[in-house]
Structure formats: C-alpha cells, structure tokens
Ligand binder design. Structure first.
Ligand code: TYD
Ligand code: MG
Length: 457
C-alpha cells in the first residue's frame, strides 16, 4: 500500500487525536496541549502490534492449563521498591516511573543497579553523558560491577545492543529523549513516545528482560507526559513530593502484578535516596511542648497506616473576604468542614481566615483526616493546645456526625506503637483488636467531640 503523510493534532497530556487544532482537549480537558504531528498512513500494522507473550502462544488456551510458575520475580535490592512492585520486578515486565524533573527518578534508577549484586544491568541514558552517570554513581556508592552504562537515544541501536548483551535488567532514562527512525516526528512527541514504549514492551515480552522506563511529567505540555503510556506499560509508579523538600513518595498507580494501593517513602540525602521504613517518624511533631492549632491524624495511605501532623491557623480576616488555603488537603473539603462547624456546632468561622497544612509535604485524601482537621482548626481558633499523646481518626459528615473509617483497628495499633495514649474515633464503629494501653474515645458528632476535648482542658 502506498505511504501517505497527513497531519493530526495530538494532546500531549492524554494522547487524544483530533483532525484540527483545539484550544482545549475534549478528552482530558487540559488547555493548550494540542500539538501538530505528522503520521504516515497505509503502512502494514502487523510488525508493530504483535507483541509475543512468552509461554502464552498464539492459540486460545484453557485457563487451567496456563502455567504461572514462569512468573518469577527479581529483587531490585531496594526493599521499598520491591514492596510496591508486589515483591520484586516480574520478568518481561515494563515498569514506568514518572515524576517531575528533579524529583529523583535518575537517582533511584541508578541506585537500583548499584544495589543489585551481581545482576547485569544495562542503564541507557539519553540525558546525561557516561561521565556524568559515573560521577553520580560515585556519590551514591554501592557495587558497580554488573552495571553497563550506554549513552544513546536511537531505539534501534539500543535494542540491538540489548539483544547482544541480554542483561538481567534494563533501565531507560528517559522515554522523552528516545526516538525511532521509523517515525519522522521529533523525540518527545506523542507518536515517538508511544512507539518507543511499544518497542521496549515488545523487547521485554520477547526476551523476558524486565525494563524500567523513566518518564517526565511536565506541566507546560511542551513534551508529552507519561499519561499517554499508562495503558501500554505493565506497572506505573509515580514519584511525588516537593523537590525542594527532603521527602519523596513513590506511589503505584497501576500494577498488573500486584496491588495499586502501595506507597514507599524516601528521603533525599547527600548520598542518594534513603528508604524510610517508618514514615510516621517524619510526620509527627518534633517539638516538645503542646502548641495550639496542631492535631495528629491516624491516616491510611493505600494499605499503610501513618500518623501525620495537621496544622491550622485561624485568624480574623484582615480584608473583606476571608481567605481559605490548604496545603496537602482539598480546599473544598476544608470549606465543607468549616461550614459543618458553623452550622452544626455554632462556631463563627465565616469571618475568619483559615490556613491548613499537612506536615511533610504529603497530599492526603483519606477522609479519616477530617476529624484531625476540625480539631486543629478549633484548637487554633480558641488557642488551646490538644493534649499531647492524642490522635484522631474519623470522617465528618454533612450533618456533623462522625462516621467510622476503614481499618480503624490498624490505625489504633499504629498509634499505640508510636506511643500515643488516646485516640478519638467514631461512636458508630466497633473495632476489634484494641491493644492494651491506649484509651479509645468514641464520639458521635461534633458537639460531643468538643465537649470531650474542652472537658480535658
Ligand atoms: P535527579 O535524580 O536527576 O532527578 P530526575 O531524574 O527526576 O530529574 O535528581 C534529583 C535531585 O536530587 C537533584 O536536584 C540533586 C539531588 N540529589 C541529592 O540531593 N543527592 C544525591 O545523592 C543525588 C544523586 C541527587
Ligand atoms: Mg533525570
């Protein structure tokens, strides 16, 4: 069939295609993300789309005959990364690690081969020279015996080398710098990114070599983000956190071989990323004395219980319209909680500025934090300190009731383990397995909570 070239407009955020330019992508709703790309039509698609799955064959098979003993996992020498992958990386899988520039993707991906003793790793870098990688490896320390560094951006060359070497693990940093000769568009465009990822997926499935792919997330949309790849790869891990702060979170967004509710915490140090196996150590108060406006929440992120400090500052509004601002918490939810306090418990917060902050640069979405948020707000408003050793876990409903949250007993156990002596929970749940030595106070609504808290002053 004759090859024909045509132009399409592709969204760099979600990969949606359109025949004409649009200011706003109709699929993901992002503005100014459509870029023009040339596509070649009329080419036979058979060579591009048939990724062969080893062991699966091309014929339909009865489910009970399919052999799963082949799915062997490889430890990456990093307990936290292994845990969020579901117990190591699966052979022949393609793992995408996404994150904003400067968050630590290259550092983490170089630390992996340095701690995988004896495993031959091919580290392909399209962003740094081999010398730069060496300097970074010297800072990180570790065993560099099996680590091969290859500075290349052309996929055809990379795959040829990889097939010759047949490494135990391949790392490609980053997908936005790679390109394939079969397409005319420039590296970083949606079609190049998709094609390079598809080539790597095919390589991984055919050879059984696990591949880790790094992808930048950009806000400007000048280059396409890893979102367009999410459906191609097996696992998506996302690096989050403030790149100026010390703590980084690695979250699993998609995992074909494990749970997606896993979270790993790292601290960026002078010698690379340190695994933080007890995240509460960074999230609970360091100051000795009791301060007003501070409450500790027993929250759950994924399957992991955490204790996190919630800080609030309530002051009289200096200007006409009161300000509401929240860092790490949904500001609309904060407004809702303030409305509940106003309407159901009679606190006049409508004329106050309210600022809320979650410790450690964490973004929380667990509704169990509601109770700690309202306690921090009330504590700041009345300038009374919540007694130390107290923590909270409960969701606040629109009628001011305190609702039970999932896995309350795990939260209580974590609070007890960290030395807390009192926890407020909903009166409507009945957790079992309450450990000795922690007082569990059950409150049914906001007025009951206030009575219990104020009575202790
Ligand atoms: P990097 O891993 O290059 O980020 P990415 O690949 O996601 O763009 O670097 C992240 C930041 O970490 C960089 O600004 C420097 C800092 N850093 C340290 O603080 N300690 C270290 O040991 C290393 C290697 C980097
Ligand atoms: Mg990098």
């Amino acid at each position: 069939m004759a090859l024909k070239q045509k132009s399409v407009w592709v969204c760099t955020s979600c990969g949606n295609e359109s025949l004409k330019w649009m200011g706003r992508c109709p699929a993901c709703g992002e503005w100014n993300t459509m870029v023009e790309e040339t596509v070649v039509t009329g080419r036979s698609g058979s060579d591009r789309r048939s990724a062969v799955v080893p062991g699966g064959g091309h014929r339909p098979m009865p489910l009970q005959d399919i052999d799963t003993t082949r799915e062997s996992r490889l430890s990456l020498g990093n307990a936290e990364v292994d845990r969020i992958l579901g117990g190591g990386i699966v052979e022949g899988s393609l793992v995408l690690i996404g994150g904003e520039p400067g968050i630590g993707k290259s550092t983490l991906s170089l630390q992996i081969p340095l701690h995988c003793h004896g495993l031959t790793t091919l580290y392909v870098t399209g962003e740094e020279s081999v010398r730069q990688v060496k300097l970074r490896a010297l800072r990180l320390g570790g065993d560099d015996s099996g680590c091969l560094i290859y500075s290349e951006t052309l996929m055809e060359n990379i795959l040829e080398e990889a097939k010759k070497i047949m490494p135990g693990l391949m790392i490609v940093d980053s997908v936005q710098t790679m390109y394939t000769q079969t397409l005319e568009s420039s590296p970083g465009s949606v079609s190049q990114i998709k094609e390079c990822a598809a080539l790597l997926l095919r390589f991984a499935k055919e050879t059984g070599v696990p591949v880790i792919l790094i992808g930048h997330i950009t806000k400007e949309g000048s280059i396409a983000g890893p979102k367009v790849l999410e459906h191609i790869v097996d696992v998506v891990l996302q690096f989050e956190g403030d790149s100026r702060g010390a703590y980084r979170l690695l979250r699993s967004i998609k995992n074909r071989f494990g749970s997606t509710s896993e979270l790993a915490v790292f601290e960026m140090t002078g010698k690379g990323l340190r695994e933080v196996s007890n995240p509460s150590e960074m999230l609970i108060p360091m100051h000795g004395e009791d301060l007003s406006g501070v409450a500790v929440s027993a929250m759950l992120d994924g399957t992991r219980p955490f204790l996190i400090e919630v800080q609030a500052l309530v002051s009289s509004a200096a200007y006409g319209t009161p300000q509401r601002s929240a860092t790490g918490f949904d500001v609309r939810r904060l407004n809702m909680l303030l409305a509940v306090l106003e309407k159901r418990a009679g606190f006049r917060l409508g004329v106050k500025d309210v600022f809320l902050n979650m410790a450690g640069g964490l973004r929380v979405s667990d509704p169990a934090c509601d109770l700690a948020v309202i306690c921090a707000v009330l504590s700041s408003n009345f300038d009374f300190a919540i007694p130390s050793g107290t923590c909270f876990a409960g969701e606040v409903g629109l009628s001011g009731e305190i609702r039970p949250v999932s896995q309350t007993d795990r939260r209580i156990i974590e609070a007890h383990r960290l030395g807390f002596s009192r926890i407020y929970i909903s009166a409507f749940g009945s957790p079992d397995n309450i450990p000795e030595g922690i007082e569990v106070i059950k409150v049914g609504d906001v007025p009951a909570l206030c009575r219990s808290l104020f009575a202790k002053q």
